[in-house]
Ligand binder design. Structure first.
Ligand code: FEO
Length: 400
């Protein structure tokens, strides 16, 4: 059971092994900055027959194969369960299939994606399409499949190991953290990492997530461990993470305001600080977030439980600053729920930034407080007072 970080397979329970890979140096996960790296978790279940649940990112295939090889000969693997076809989990599939004739169990949509990526390699593979409620007996270990459509791809699926109560949840409940430990109780509080992961990967999918949690109840599934495909396994904090996921999926927010901005010659920053101070004086938690000092995924983590926010930009070439544009594009994709926002910014002659921000916020589904606040060159006292008014208004919204 003990993981000594020797590169060995880790036995999680009798006949269940972690055989994944640790990406200590991963610093960018398709735009998600990961200063602490990540893991790609692959699990081997050994009954009378054997099944591998998910693989790893392709460059880590050797690491995974080495770990599998410490438990069984990979050639003798009977089944490979593909919970999700994104290449951080399915990238090593081709390498593995060169060694084994194992049958691939996958959803219909997953099969389409697999064809899209690996058509040249997979035509001779043995497949079985699985749906919600399908089961696979390994002899002493029984797997139940549950489609988890749009958590976070159309093909996403989760697999429940009935005898041991382990839910192999793939991306859901993940965290980007490279660690030599496999369990939550070995590393401390991982809820903040899970919040950041949720905000950046699963935020748009609150409705399918609630549907999925309902499905767990319908099937009477009460996991005693949730083993995601990134980060640590939830055991000690299992109830906590389930509660947090329910709150996040419902878009629950707290008394909190964000002031997000970039600045060219300091005017937008003066406004941002004035707004921030007014929120603070109104007794509401506030965070000032400069877009060149904070990765967008950290800002989205803060966004998760925020009631209201303001976005500020100087006008550049009649539009917004590039970093503000980058953030607004990212925000639009993540479709935050139940939030109100305002735009502010500075300009010299034509203006344009505030209108562009407002339009982009509306496109993100955010309720926009209009009109936004514009200042020409440097804010004077009457304009600073307007910034304070905006801060008080945002604080009032947060209190409601
Ligand atoms: Fe961790 Fe959707 O892949």
């Amino acid at each position: 059971m003990e993981n000594k970080e020797t590169g060995e397979a880790v036995e999680l329970a009798e006949g269940i092994y972690w055989v994944g890979a640790i990406d200590w140096n991963g610093r960018d996960f398709h735009g998600f900055t990961t200063p602490g790296g990540t893991t790609y978790n692959s699990y081997l279940v050994v009954g009378e027959k054997t099944a591998l649940i998910d693989t790893v990112k392709e460059p880590f295939a050797g690491e995974m194969l080495k770990r599998i090889g410490q438990v069984i000969d990979p050639e003798k693997l009977d089944y490979i369960v593909v919970n999700h076809m994104e290449l951080d989990h399915a990238g090593a599939l081709v390498e593995l299939k060169k060694l084994t004739k194992a049958k691939v169990l996958i959803t219909r949509r997953g099969r389409d994606i697999l064809d899209g990526y690996f058509k040249a390699s997979c035509s001779s593979w043995d497949f079985e399409i699985v749906r919600t409620g399908d089961r696979l007996s390994l002899g002493g270990k029984n797997l139940l499949f549950l489609e988890a459509t749009m958590l976070h791809w159309p093909d996403s699926m989760e697999t429940f190991l009935q005898e041991d109560g382990i839910l192999f949840s793939n991306d859901a409940f993940g965290q980007h953290a490279a660690t030599s430990k496999r369990y939550d109780f070995e590393v401390g509080d991982m809820i903040p990492d899970a919040a950041e992961y949720y905000a950046n990967i699963l935020m748009p999918f609150g409705t399918p997530l609630l549907r999925y949690l309902g499905k767990l109840e319908e099937f009477g599934i009460k996991p005693v461990q949730i083993a995601p495909s990134h980060g640590v396994i939830w055991k000690q904090d299992l109830e906590k993470i389930l509660k947090a996921y329910t709150a996040w999926a419902n878009g629950e927010v707290k008394e909190k305001v964000l002031v997000i901005y970039d600045t060219m010659w300091g005017s937008t920053e003066i406004m941002a600080r004035e707004i921030t101070e007014a929120v603070r004086q109104a007794g509401v938690e506030v965070k000032l977030l400069h877009l060149r000092k904070n990765p967008r995924n950290l800002i989205m983590k803060e966004m998760l439980d925020t009631s209201a926010f303001a976005v500020g930009s100087p006008t550049l070439n009649n539009g917004i600053f590039p970093t503000v544009g980058d953030f607004l594009v990212y925000l639009k994709g993540l479709r935050p729920q139940k939030k109100k926002a305002a735009a502010f910014g500075s300009y010299g002659w034509g203006g344009g930034a505030v209108k562009t921000i407002e339009q982009e916020l509306k496109n993100s589904g955010v309720d926009v407080l209009e009109p936004g606040l514009q200042v020409r060159y440097r804010p004077e006292e009457k304009e600073l007072e307007k910034c304070r008014e905006l801060g008080r208004q945002l604080a009032e919204i947060a209190k409601k």
